[in-house]
Design a protein around this ligand. Structure first.
Ligand SMILES: NC(=O)c1ccc[n+]([C@@H]2O[C@H](COP(=O)([O-])OP(=O)(O)OC[C@H]3O[C@@H](n4cnc5c(N)ncnc54)[C@H](OP(=O)(O)O)[C@@H]3O)[C@@H](O)[C@H]2O)c1
Length: 284
């Protein structure tokens, strides 16, 4: 999907946050919290009636000067590049970038580049955006990326980022979040000297559309399971903490859950595929 608009930008001298997947369950909450914490928030989403309705409702609630939008489809390299170009033309800085968008598919799909769709939307898409948007980041800017602790159980196949012969949605999701983590660690390392921090967050199991099983049990699970899992508000809390809390100044390359550090084992911090994935990103 081509990018359409960034509106009402630049004129305001208040910190700027950009949230991807801003119209999703957790993204909505993060966006609201960041506005409440004093940011002008650029909501990034794929165009849909739901997304536009959210954008307009926030502008009504908080004022047009506090809410802008950026349409971007993270499955498409051309959409990401167009979005970055527009952003760089209109904005002078981004203080907080929250890479929150993500997917858990239920059927095999490939991106226009032939990559398995989770690998594109959950890993390359957000990291390509982060890499290209660098001219707007500055010393003190924070990048907060949503991963998932399932990455601890993941492996990256030799044929990454291409699809496996047999599709397993959970294996694929785990793999994409591990690859995303490897890229975050790599960028955190590269940008440390420049004072741009990159941290990762696991939101817990949160009551949002992503956890749908796409099976007949869904209505039953909605009744029995959903009431007992985290609210989007709780799911958003650690992302907001990583975005704004002054105690985290200078902290980078770290994974958090429930506002606490989760240490990554050496098999992840020293992963043999990290370099390969980094070079694949640069080729996009
Ligand atoms: N919910 C959980 O239990 C849980 C647990 C661990 C990690 N997470 C992570 O938390 C993040 C937020 O998920 P959520 O729980 O809030 O789920 P959600 O409500 O389904 O939100 C996902 C968001 O990502 C967006 N998105 C999906 N594909 C996209 C694409 N190709 N381009 C741009 N945006 C795209 C969706 O936009 P559309 O509305 O256009 O589809 C939506 O805004 C994700 O990264 C997810 O992996 C969630």
């Amino acid at each position: 999907m081509p990018v359409k608009s960034v509106k009402n930008c630049c004129a305001h001298n208040i910190p700027v946050a950009l949230v991807t997947g801003a119209n999703g369950g957790i993204g909505k909450r993060i966006s609201r919290e960041l506005i409440s914490n004093g940011y002008r928030v650029i909501l990034s989403y794929r165009r849909s009636e739901r997304a536009l309705a959210f954008y307009h409702s926030l502008r009504q609630e908080y004022g047009t000067e506090r809410v802008d939008c950026l349409e971007m489809d993270l499955s498409s390299v051309s959409s990401i590049k167009a979005a970055v170009q527009l952003l760089i033309e209109k904005e002078t800085r981004i203080d907080v970038l929250v890479n929150n968008a993500g997917m858990l598919g239920h059927k095999p799909e490939v991106s226009p580049e032939g990559y398995e769709m989770h690998n594109m939307v959950n890993c390359f898409g957000p990291m390509l955006f982060t890499w290209l948007v660098k001219p707007l980041l500055h010393r003190g800017s924070r990048v907060v990326t949503t991963v998932s602790l399932v990455l601890f159980y993941a492996s990256i196949p030799d044929h990454f980022p291409y699809p496996s012969r047999k599709f397993n949605r959970f294996r694929q999701y785990e793999c994409s979040k591990l690859a995303l983590t490897l890229l975050c660690l790599c960028l955190a390392n590269k940008w440390e000297e420049e004072g741009i921090t990159l941290n990762m967050v696991d939101p817990g199991i949160v009551d949002t559309p992503i956890i749908k099983l796409h099976k007949w049990v869904d209505p039953l699970a909605d009744k029995l399971f959903r009431p007992f899992i985290r609210s989007p508000e709780k799911g958003a809390a650690t992302s907001v903490f990583l975005s704004c809390d002054s105690s985290l100044n200078g902290i980078t390359g770290t994974l958090y859950k429930d506002k606490k550090v989760r240490y990554l084992p050496e098999r992840i911090t020293n992963h043999p595929f990290a370099d390969k994935i980094w070079h694949l990103l640069l080729e996009l």
